[in-house]
Design a protein around this ligand. Sequence first.
Ligand code: DMJ
Length: 530
Amino acid sequence: GGGGWMMRRQKDLLKWLISCWVCSELILSCISDIGTHDLRKKDGICLAGVGTGMDFPMACKRTEVNIVHLEENSVEWRREKVRQAVIHAWEGYERSAWGKDEVLPVTGEGVDNFGGVGTTILDSVGTLYLLGLSEQYERARNWVRDELDWSAVGDVVIFETVIRALGGLVSTYELTRDRVFLYRAEELALLLAPAFDTPTGIPFQRCFLNVSVCYFRDEYASALLAEAGSLQLELRALDFHSNNEEIHRIRLMADHVLDVIHDKTTPDMNGIPPAKVNVNSGEFVTNYVTLGAPSDSYFEYLAKLWIQGDFQETKYQSRYVAWVEGMLKKMLHVSEAGDTFVFERAGDAVVTKMDHFTCYIPGVLAITVDYLDLSIHGRRIFEELAVNITRTCHLMYSKSPSGLAGEHIRIHRDRWVISGGYELRPEAIEAFFYLWRRTKEDKYREWAWEVFEKIEQFCRAPYGYSTVLHSRARHPRQDNVMHSFVIAETFKYLYLIFSDDDVLPLDTYVFNTEAHPLRIRPEIPWGEST
Ligand code: DMJ
């Protein structure tokens, strides 16, 4: 009767529920196999793919479902969180600013603030590849192949174009061996040639790329040290891969710039030339001396050129060591509280200001110390310096009411004044990453994670991540800017600090100032051991 039928129905229902449960468990275990397991074990495969010239490795094709199966706050979980932040930033750009230089992350518009070269695409494409975001990568790559139109590119800053666009293209070529990137990099480099057409060879600051007209913004025809001195890693890498005499000539011109600056650097400058140089005479036109903006990456490149050339070019080594010694002698200050600062100078006067930018210094020290011929004492100085400056970089965040650093700090009798907003800059995280790789001390991962959490709290916006005004405020306001270096650098270093060491190993790659990995000794055929 009806009761029996009910019983049967209930049994069926129970069976159905059990089979559903078994099924879902099976599905879940499958997902976690290709999910969690992939994240931990197959990262190796994913990155073995990087630089081997294979197609986009299948193991890299992971989906967002992974995060569900990861233990909260585990290293894998944090890495995946960073990866999802990249997805969010990239999708905001793709959705509302595709092909433009940058996205306005609050309002969702695109802006061409770098001449209209699609800067965010060129700057991000290597990171998309590295993070296994295959579909996003394919779309970016196809844009580079099909849509990038040099004839539509207007007024560009040479330095920014080299570190972001050219650096992104050459690096992605080295990672993927996809010749699309090489050809595009060659085209761009050739367009840059007129920039070096000055009496000293120190390049113009800006050019209209489409009409080859170059110029200076300021009437004194002066170049900033970082702008003149951070073009070489990228052009050298390209020259290694190109069989093009004109590109070789451009590369030599860029190398020559460093010799011009070096020749004008007198012994009283202690290896640290002032921040501005006249391009007609090569004379310095300021007495302002800093390792931060606008000089920073000039110093970074002296060290990294030495690394890129496999530590063979002793002229770069000695120029690098000279500025570190000059810094120790003239720029470094240890407060009564024991904090280490890299200050600036206006002539003989010390300016008690330290830029967030200077946080690139610890990384440079960390990746060179083993290759210098140092006494035990000298080695200790280098190592302690790296550790102590990194600690100050951490304090720039932890002492700030918002938990985000400003553009710089000023120190008045041991009192810290945090100035400016947080521009989503990478340098402190960069320092944490290099120190993590070197020391394996957990605190560096923790510090990086703290910054990431603050970025999520204050910078996340509808179309990406926004810079904030006034880091000193407890709840800083968003400023509607997402620099292209957010994906290229800030999130890349965050991703790497939560990855294994064989993901972009530091004995194979040196990062340009925009965090684009370039091969050390690129002339060695890929696949062979370096
Ligand atoms: C980046 O474009 C580069 O790191 C450059 O060297 C300095 N400024 C930004 C990041 O802060």
